[in-house]
Write a protein that binds this ligand. Structure first.
Ligand code: MLC
Length: 416
């Protein structure tokens, strides 16, 4: 047997995303088809073949749940049966794609895999509103939580009210998150939200919870996305450039309860886990927030973005809302002054695709879009409207449940 060579590095070498909300009458949209299509795009993007894959990670869908989703997908695409293949389903909710990315790195470093795909796809927009809510409500409903339907927006709303009471964030600060994300999305050709919205429009739209309007909810969508991770040995063996793609430099994960306490007076900082995950990731990558050029931060609701901005070290605790609102007003003024030359990403190198609030959110898929956008930024392929100048390092964050799972990865353009 040849000696096992420990890889020098693990790199993301390709990404693929399907269009959002694809509609064809001949071919009803299904999560599995979206996953397959995204995987094909990622393989083509990296210039590698399906038969080279020896690892596959999938996250489950809500619209068409399968027992052992990754095995189901691997069987559908003909990857199984096959020897020496590792196939795993990861379920940390919306954190799944980043958990999957970190698991793929472990498979490569410790389990002998050298090309691993992480795949997600869902078709929750294809469900009726009623059916979607029936399924979504079940995920985090518990008698002890006393959360009315829509359960998830109400859970995040409760946290937003905790943050308003304890840290003085304002209704306008919450709305500025969605307004800013809509500006970012309007600069991405594939995003669902095409036109920027104002704070006023957001605050005055239909409310689905006390401090949450419909325009401040993760934008329900259908779509699939995939990334491919390879070892340095794989690149050598296949004569691919050694500096292809981006290096996975570090990662961290941490957990919280599935739902918040029913009374905001009983809520404490203990239930949140993003800061802990970020600390582990920064330590492993040996970098700090000032060395990160692009942030892909989970923003299923404004409070998630505000807390993330604080947790990753962009603003002091309690100041995340003011940070976002101030940047929003500066960006609106900058664009009014110089609509063609002003670059929002110069002031806010975060979610240049528009995040869950405005790009689109097919249930557990959207953290993948944070990774795909980070990949575009670090490989300098985001295009002039969105490219962050000289981007070398990125941080991506996925959040699952109601602040129940945090997964963070730090990516570098080159091996350092
Ligand atoms: C909705 N709309 C938006 C929008 N959200 N428009 C702009 N920006 C947004 N962010 C629009 C829709 O496109 C649609 O218009 C209209 O508002 C109504 O949306 P709907 O979903 O069709 O309506 P309805 O059935 O009434 O439900 C509203 C809702 C639901 C708010 C209850 O959308 C919802 O629950 N959203 C949150 C989804 C969610 O919880 N995701 C998981 C987040 S938690 P049109 O024209 O398109 O029909 C997470 C962690 C994890 O991410 O683990 O998963």
């Amino acid at each position: 047997m040849p000696p096992i060579r420990i890889p020098r590095s693990v790199r993301i070498i390709g990404t693929g995303i399907t269009p959002l909300n694809p509609r064809t009458t001949a071919n009803p949209v299904s999560p599995t088809l979206l996953m397959q299509q995204a995987l094909r795009f990622a393989l083509d993007n990296a210039g590698v073949r399906l038969k080279d894959l020896n690892g596959l990670i999938a996250v489950p869908s809500l619209a068409d749940t399968h027992f052992m989703e990754a095995h189901y997908l691997a069987t559908q695409i003909g990857m199984l049966p096959g020897k020496s293949k590792i196939v795993r389903t990861m379920d940390t909710g919306g954190a799944g794609p980043v958990t999957g990315l970190l698991e793929a790195k472990r498979m490569i470093m410790h389990e002998g895999a050298d090309l691993v795909a992480v795949v997600a796809g869902d078709a929750v927009k294809n469900l009726s509103g009623e059916e979607f809510l029936k399924r979504a409500d079940q995920t985090c409903a518990h008698p002890a939580a006393e959360l009315p339907s829509p359960v998830i927006p109400n859970g995040y709303d409760r946290v937003a009210r905790y943050q308003m009471k304890n840290f003085g964030i304002t209704r306008e600060q919450l709305a500025s998150c969605s307004a800013l994300m809509s500006i970012m999305a309007s600069r991405h050709p594939s995003a669902l939200t095409k036109t920027p919205r104002t704070i006023e429009q957001i605050v005055n739209s239909r409310h689905v919870a006390p401090v949450t309007s419909v325009l401040e909810c993760a934008r329900r969508a259908d779509g699939g996305a995939a990334i491919l991770l390879a070892s340095s040995n794989f690149l050598e063996k296949h004569n691919l450039p050694r500096d292809m793609g981006v290096v996975v430099a570090g990662g961290g994960e941490a957990s919280g309860p599935l739902f918040p306490p029913k009374d905001i007076n009983h809520m404490s900082e203990e239930m949140f886990s993003c800061e802990e995950a970020a600390g582990v990731a920064y330590d492993e990558a040996q970098v700090g927030p000032s060395e990160i050029d692009f942030f892909g931060l989970y923003d299923c609701f404004p409070i998630c973005l505000i807390r993330a901005v604080e947790a990753v070290g962009l603003a002091p605790k309690g100041h995340g809302g003011a940070f976002v609102e101030e940047r929003y007003h500066q960006i609106v003024a900058g664009l009014a002054r110089d609509p063609d030359g002003f670059k929002p990403q110069d002031l806010f190198p975060i979610n240049t695709h528009g995040g869950l609030l405005a790009f689109g959110a097919p249930w557990e898929v959207p953290a993948m879009y944070n990774i795909v956008e980070a990949f575009a930024q670090l490989t300098h392929t985001a295009g002039p409207a969105r490219q962050v100048r000289n981007a070398r390092r990125a941080l991506v964050y996925g959040n699952g449940g109601i602040f129940s799972a945090s997964a963070i990865a730090i990516l570098h353009r080159r091996r350092e």
